[in-house]
Design a protein around this ligand. Structure first.
Ligand code: RIB
Ligand code: CA
Length: 312
């Protein structure tokens, strides 16, 4: 089996948690590191959640020391959205491992060099770690094969009319990544919505018994209950999970190459991903923007994940 070296950058976070579970059920992924970043909740929680989740699942990887706040923007989190501790109140067992001695950005360049140009990165939170790495180590622009991000939107935001949360937290980091010249796949709010799940799909898949039933059942129930009862939404788009599925199997995704830039200065629309869907800017596309993913194949990947955890 040809293994794909990958680093997961994340801010767990209820949906990050499900995405990491999905990744770990794919042995073709050689998860070199999980790098936490401040985002959904403060760094103390996202980092502990990342460490404990890697331990609980049994992922043999490094857990780096990530950025505790954005590059320039003030530190803002979304505790109300992700519940107490960032996992909807779920308490992961203490980890039996410690954080890596190195920072996330140093791990990125070490693993990129080791993978000799084959390293892929998937970012599920604010892109602060990636931006620091690209700034400190410009060689990474030639060493990272592809970056897949849960970020932005070609339509409206979720934090305000303009901005999706991950980009809103650190718009400067997003712009550094998008202008890096590295192949980027952007799974934004609108594209991910093609895989929104109803109650029957959520319960039918995530409530099945398996080794990780407790945490998967808890966080998926928390997400759907918040979406349907608190926000009165008809279904749940689990954004990091859809992004991870598109990363694992790009054939389920339909992308449109576009020129995308990130607004960093406006006091009104900072954090907006400005997607040139109709190519009116005349600028060369720098990002593959997710337009939709195949929902049936997405759901099948989730069923296979639950099967995996009944046997591993
Ligand atoms: O806007 C959704 C994104 O923000 C997801 O990655 C979620 O985990 C939060 O980080
Ligand atoms: Ca996230």
């Amino acid at each position: 089996m040809i293994k794909r070296p990958v680093i997961i950058d994340c801010d767990p976070g209820v949906d990050d948690t499900l995405a990491i579970c999905l990744a770990a059920s794919h042995p073709e992924l050689d998860i070199r590191a999980i790098n936490p970043v401040a985002g959904n909740v403060g760094y103390e929680s996202t980092s502990q959640n990342a460490l404990r989740l890697a331990d609980l699942i049994g992922i043999d990887c490094r857990v780096g020391r990530g950025a505790e706040e954005p590059l320039i923007a003030p530190c803002r989190t979304a505790g109300a959205v992700h519940g107490q501790g960032g996992l909807g109140g779920y308490q992961l067992p203490e980890a039996h491992r410690d954080f890596d001695v190195d920072y996330a950005w140093d791990i990125l360049v070490q693993e990129a060099r080791r993978a000799e140009g084959a390293l892929e990165v998937i970012a599920l939170g604010p892109m602060t770690n990636l931006a620091i790495a690209l700034t400190r180590y410009p060689e990474l622009k030639k060493l990272i094969r592809k970056i897949t991000v849960m970020a932005g939107s070609a339509d409206q935001g979720n934090t305000n009319v303009y901005a999706e949360f991950n980009v809103w937290v650190d718009p400067h980091a997003c712009e550094i990544v998008f202008q890096s010249g590295i192949p980027i796949a952007m799974c934004g709010l609108d594209g991910n919505d093609s895989c929104s799940m109803n109650t029957e799909e959520i319960n039918g898949i995530f409530q099945r018994p398996c080794r990780l039933s407790d945490v998967i059942g808890h966080v998926s129930h928390f997400i759907h209950q918040r979406n349907t009862e608190q926000w009165h939404l008809p279904s749940s788009t689990i954004h990091d999970l859809v992004t991870m599925a598109c990363f694992i199997d790009p054939s389920i995704a339909t992308y449109e190459p576009c020129y995308v830039t990130c607004e960093t200065r406006s006091s009104i629309s900072a954090g907006q991903t400005v997607v040139d869907l109709y190519h009116v800017s005349g600028k060369k596309p720098n990002v593959d923007v997710l337009r939709r993913a195949d929902k049936e194949r997405f759901l099948q990947m989730l069923r296979e994940m639950m099967d995996w955890y009944t046997q591993h």
